[in-house]
Design a protein around this ligand. Structure first.
Ligand SMILES: *[C@@H]1O[C@H](CO)[C@@H](O)[C@H](O)[C@H]1NC(C)=O
Ligand SMILES: *[C@@H]1O[C@H](CO)[C@@H](O)[C@H](O)[C@H]1NC(C)=O
Ligand SMILES: *[C@@H]1O[C@H](CO)[C@@H](O)[C@H](O)[C@H]1NC(C)=O
Ligand SMILES: *[C@@H]1O[C@H](CO)[C@@H](O)[C@H](O)[C@H]1NC(C)=O
Ligand SMILES: *[C@@H]1O[C@H](CO)[C@@H](O)[C@H](O)[C@H]1NC(C)=O
Ligand SMILES: *[C@@H]1O[C@H](CO)[C@@H](O)[C@H](O)[C@H]1NC(C)=O
Length: 412
């Protein structure tokens, strides 16, 4: 492939054309779809040839797009190239780069879903493409229009990966590229949908953020904030400072030290959209399940359904605006604020009469103490503010009778 690229190579400037500046938007937006089979989320955007779905990945420092027939590769001497290579997958061997002239920029990323290292030789060129997203032209009436973002830098993806929307904390991420090229605020917000029927939404740039305008409140007014921590060895991931977990107002007892990083960088609490459910290291998980079982001891159980182990008979569960009527879970975060998890984000219906506590045992040696997964983020509004290094979280929007599916993408 590199050989082919060399023949196609020509030199390109990577600054956006001046015409874009006059129409600079405040924010870009994109629909988020849930795949009901895999419980993964995809973000959609248009390339010059087609509408594509990209796996939403908070840990990927760059995006992957399908390799076009005539790719425009980036040269090694660009500053983006060295930045893109400053995020080697943490546990992967370092391969020597092939020498080409002129030198085409390549990266060796790990598989975003499995974390598996690429096999040598496995160098993906960085390419420039034009992509289109929506931008809001009138926040009070849901009027959006398509905006073409030129010279977007992404990894040329292999055939078995359609694409990845890289949202990690890195200058090469989707959000950072929009921010630096369009001079918009370096922040993005996710509102993950809870079903595959209606799309959720990702915003890039500055508020105001509205769903269901004009009745709904501006979404940032519903947020509490907690610092985003930087992992000493893997600074691109989003970690939060979780102090404790409470079920029904009672703190779950476990050794709190693992919520912080140990000298090897293990431990801590990170956010991941590629983990369908929140995963806890075994000793935390056991205590958590025990606490939840105790708080729900009067509710009729059902036979457990893997991968879950605490399941209820649906007919014995009440239903409220925020999902099944089960005790609330408080994730007690630094800053003194709680991310409160109600039934809609804690108990998942897995059969006609069965609903289970949707948290997973990550095993005794799980790298992080807790990984907050997609199910727990659905119908919550999450703002990743990269300038202020903080996470804004709303807890369940369902309380305010809003859901992430409330943005009308058809009114373009
Ligand atoms: C990169 O190298 C090419 C030729 O190999 C040269 O034309 C170009 O000006 C260089 N760009 C930078 C930013 O140094
Ligand atoms: C992006 O679009 C412009 C205008 O249509 C075109 O000139 C340019 O070659 C495109 N760039 C890429 C990388 O496809
Ligand atoms: C993507 O392309 C489709 C079909 O051409 C169009 O309806 C849609 O508005 C486009 N979306 C964006 C974000 O440009
Ligand atoms: C957070 O949750 C804990 C346990 O439920 C509770 O005791 C505490 O008052 C809550 N804090 C806030 C600020 O709501
Ligand atoms: C749920 O409870 C009802 C009524 O007691 C019972 O008929 C049904 O078999 C139970 N279902 C499951 C999945 O346990
Ligand atoms: C979305 O907007 C379109 C066009 O304005 C309108 O026809 C449609 O009814 C709206 N859908 C919802 C669910 O409001």
């Amino acid at each position: 492939m590199l050989h082919l690229l060399l023949h196609l190579l020509f030199f390109i400037s990577i600054t956006p054309p001046p015409s874009l500046a006059s129409t600079t938007p405040q924010a870009l937006l994109s629909p988020i779809t849930k795949d009901s089979l895999t419980s993964l989320y995809t973000l959609s955007l248009n390339t010059s040839t087609s509408l594509i779905s990209l796996l939403l990945d908070l840990s990927s420092p760059f995006s992957w797009l399908p390799c076009p027939p005539n790719p425009h590769p980036l040269l090694c001497n660009s500053s983006f190239c060295s930045t893109a290579n400053s995020f080697p997958p943490p546990h992967c061997p370092h391969f020597p780069k092939p020498h080409n002239h002129p030198c085409i920029c390549t990266v060796s990323p790990a598989n975003p879903l499995t974390g598996e290292c690429p096999f040598a030789p496995f160098f993906h060129p960085i390419i420039l493409t034009n992509i289109s997203l929506f931008t809001i032209t009138n926040v009070h009436k849901p009027t959006t229009h398509s905006l073409t973002f030129p010279n977007f830098l992404s990894v040329c993806s292999p055939k078995d990966i359609t694409g990845v929307a890289g949202l990690a904390r890195s200058p090469t991420s989707l959000s950072s590229q929009f921010s630096s090229s369009l001079s918009i605020k370096n922040q993005f917000a996710l509102c993950l949908p809870s079903s595959s029927i209606a799309s959720g939404i990702a915003f890039f740039g500055a508020e105001p953020f509205h769903l269901l305008p004009p009745r709904s409140p501006e979404l940032t007014t519903m947020l509490s904030y907690t610092p985003l921590l930087q992992h000493p060895m893997n600074p691109k991931d989003y970690y939060v400072d979780l102090h404790a977990i409470a079920v029904n107002g009672v703190t779950v007892q476990f050794l709190k030290r693992v919520l912080e990083f140990d000298p090897l960088g293990h431990g801590g609490v990170k956010l991941s959209t590629t983990k369908p459910y929140t995963t806890m290291r075994s000793h935390i998980y056991r205590q958590f399940i025990r606490a939840f079982a105790k708080a729900t001891k009067s509710i009729r159980r059902a036979r457990k359904v893997a991968p879950f182990e605490l399941c209820f008979n649906v007919t014995a569960l009440g239903v409220s605006r925020v999902g099944f009527g089960v005790p609330k879970i408080d994730l007690m975060l630094a800053g003194g604020k709680n991310w409160t998890v109600f039934g809609a984000n804690s108990v998942k219906k897995v059969g006609r009469e069965t609903a289970c506590l949707a948290f997973i045992d990550g095993g005794p040696k799980a790298e992080q103490a807790v990984v907050i997964g997609g199910f727990q983020m659905e119908d919550n509004f999450l703002l990743f503010d990269l300038d202020k290094k903080r996470l804004g979280f709303s807890s369940s929007l369902l309380f305010s009778a809003i859901s992430c599916g409330n943005f009308n993408f058809t009114s373009v």
